[in-house]
Design a protein around this ligand. Structure first.
Ligand code: T4K
Length: 389
């Protein structure tokens, strides 16, 4: 029976800990401590440090502002540096850099990893901001040992998708000069809205804390042109409830991912796999389809209220701001024409996944048959006749 159509979304929020959240709201009402580095934010930061095994976590109002603060702390906006960003990412990666006045240089991605390749020798005139797309680590970038804070060119990571993921046993969060996670509603851990900057370096953490709060040192003296990037107490409370349930969320995601993989791996153009040893969070289930059929599959899913997404079509270099530059990113275009992200998370169960897979398989089968009958109509007819007995 496929008549009851429960809508399925990519990124429907994982929710848990309602009782705890209510109790925390009572405390917040009692103490009237709503924001400005309050006790829930401090506790959230402490737990993130423990979870990611990183010495500094600076909670912020969202991932985009987190990227701006971290890049500003490293002076990416100074004219002498250009920042290299992937063309295939959520626009926030790139816009955050533009917003602070950094000069953008797009890099194309690798078709297999969907991340930007390490160029072998990095150019001292640039800073670099790779994204760990879909939570899959930027392997070689992250493996570069950065021993001290004065190392340039600066490499920081957009880790918005990668909370809890690791590379060769090291949790993402301590690579490069710093990394930024998103706790947006759609992420594996959410704080309604929110994000966190993590770094191994004391001086970077200190500057980020200053920039997060208008540059204030103490009550009166502001020493940096900062912004308001603070996380509120209620957001931190939600983050704590989410974090407590992280392993349950990931187990649920993994269960669904395996059903997707069993049903689709040999049907679709490509099923993006995660390396189990990199402790993925499985929040994003990503397939690639032949461009002739990708949008047809998506439409068939949407007709059944299954809101699969073409993230991050058509690539940031094709967004209105950059379109006139006519930049060619062949791998980004190749992948953007094929990718479809499928619903996952705690609101999606195994039966839902089976339903999604059935629709995808059916549409692909239809497309293959139509194609075969176009190229060799006689053979296709004979095949159909023998299949029908
Ligand atoms: N870097 C990367 C690589 C990122 O992917 C992102 C954010 C960032 C940086 C920036 O981090 P933040 O500043 O956001 O912390 C969504 C999110 O808004 C965005 O945070 C996220 N990436 C991006 C991948 O996805 P949309 O415009 O696609 O979201 P939307 O509203 O269509 O939501 C997706 C689906 O989730 C909907 O179909 C319904 C469901 N949903 C969504 C929300 C917000 C719910 O069921 N409930 C909800 O409250 O951008």
């Amino acid at each position: 029976m496929e008549s009851i159509k429960k809508p399925l979304y990519v990124g429907c929020p994982n929710l848990a800990g309602r009782g705890k959240l209510k109790a925390a709201i009572d405390t917040i009402f009692k103490t009237r401590r709503l924001t400005n580095d309050g006790p829930y934010v401090k506790e959230f930061e402490k737990q993130i440090c423990q979870f990611l095994n990183v010495p500094h976590a600076i909670a912020v109002c969202n991932g985009t502002v987190g990227l701006q603060i971290l890049a500003k702390a490293l002076e990416f906006e100074q004219g002498h540096k250009k920042v290299v960003v992937p063309a295939f990412t959520f626009p926030a990666t790139v816009y955050a850099m533009n917003w602070i006045g950094a000069q953008i240089t797009f890099a194309d991605i690798n078709r297999r990893s969907h991340n930007i390749d390490y160029p072998g020798r990095i150019d001292p005139r640039f800073s670099y901001l790779p994204t760990h797309l879909w939570g899959r680590p930027c392997h070689t970038w992250a493996s570069q040992k950065i021993a001290n804070v004065s190392i340039r060119p600066a490499v920081i990571f957009d880790a918005a998708h990668a909370f809890g993921c690791s590379l060769n046993g090291v949790k993402i969060g301590s690579f490069g000069l710093g990394e930024v996670f998103s706790f947006h509603a759609t992420k594996v851990v959410n704080s309604f809205e929110g994000g966190v900057i993590t770094t191994r370096f004391d001086s970077i953490a200190d500057t980020c804390r200053l920039l997060r709060n208008f540059g204030f040192e103490g009550y009166d003296l502001s020493t940096e042109i900062g912004t308001n990037g603070k996380m509120s107490e209620i957001h931190a409370t939600m983050g704590l409830c989410s974090l407590e349930n992280y392993h349950r969320y990931v187990a649920h995601n993994l269960y669904n991912y395996q059903i997707y993989r069993d049903n689709l791996e040999f049907v679709v153009y490509r099923f993006l796999r995660h390396k189990f040893e990199n402790t993925p969070n499985y929040q994003y289930v990503v397939i690639e389809l032949n461009p002739e059929v990708r949008d047809t599959v998506m439409q068939a899913l949407w007709a059944e209220k299954i809101y699969a997404r073409r993230y991050f079509y058509p690539g940031v270099h094709r967004m209105a701001l950059y379109e006139p530059l006519n930049i060619s990113m062949p791998n980004t275009s190749f992948v953007a024409e094929r990718v479809l992200v499928l619903p996952n998370g705690t609101t999606v169960n195994g039966k839902d996944v089976q339903r999604v897979c059935r629709i995808i398989r059916k549409e692909i089968e239809k497309w293959r048959k139509a194609k075969a009958s176009k190229t060799n109509p006689k053979k296709a007819k004979a095949k159909e006749a023998s299949a029908n007995g």
